[in-house]
Design a protein around this ligand. Sequence first.
Ligand code: PEP
Length: 254
Amino acid sequence: MTSKRLIAANWKMNKGVAESQKFAEEIKAYTEQNNIISCDIVICPPFTSLDAVHKKIDGTKIKLGAQNVHFESCGAYTGEVSCSMLKSCGCDYVIIGHSERRQLFHETNELINKKVLKSLDEGLIPILCVGETLEEHQDHITEAVIDEQLKSCLKHVSAEQIEHIVIAYEPVWAIGTGKNATSHQAESVHNFIRKKINKFTNEEKGDRLRIIYGGSVKPSNAKELFSSQSINGALVGGASLDEKSFIEIINSAL
Ligand code: PEP
């Protein structure tokens, strides 16, 4: 199992250019002063701040990610952004299939699959989000939901390509609600995902897969979540908007 954790900040539709730059400068100073090498850090600002943040973190250990991407290379897709455009802004990662994209923008597993395949082809690392809704959680069908999401979203992804994916387990009932899964709950789903990936790939790829948890991660619960070795990091929304709390979460992961 991979031991180096990854902590990703998903700013969603927050922060303009100046505010993004200030945040990037502070995180950069923190990582340099504290020589943070045992944890990977990814910042996912809105598209409009990608270039500005990249200029601040270029040459450091902090990586850049986008929050969405289109599956075509170019063309008449008003408002969309391609993988090569993201790469030209310095992105290494892209969040795909976030529950807000699924729920508010009606993204299906099929569409998400196209984005995953295109990102892998173009050398971007997808942070593929999966997770059950509150209703599905209460109906005890979490594993069936995750199974379907993995099967559909990873269709035609080769065993070799699986190594270049990060899975974010994000129970929808925990996102932005202040109610997080316990390390026990997350660990059980992470182990289920590993088993499934081992089965898909006919190899032990699932055991080495980086699976991070997302859903109301904050300084007060990060240590408990990271007590599980199966939780390889976090995708942090609300608590990543404040430099201090994001740094506290990173410190809990070291
Ligand atoms: C997210 O946006 O992926 C997320 C987990 O948000 P929050 O941390 O605010 O629940």
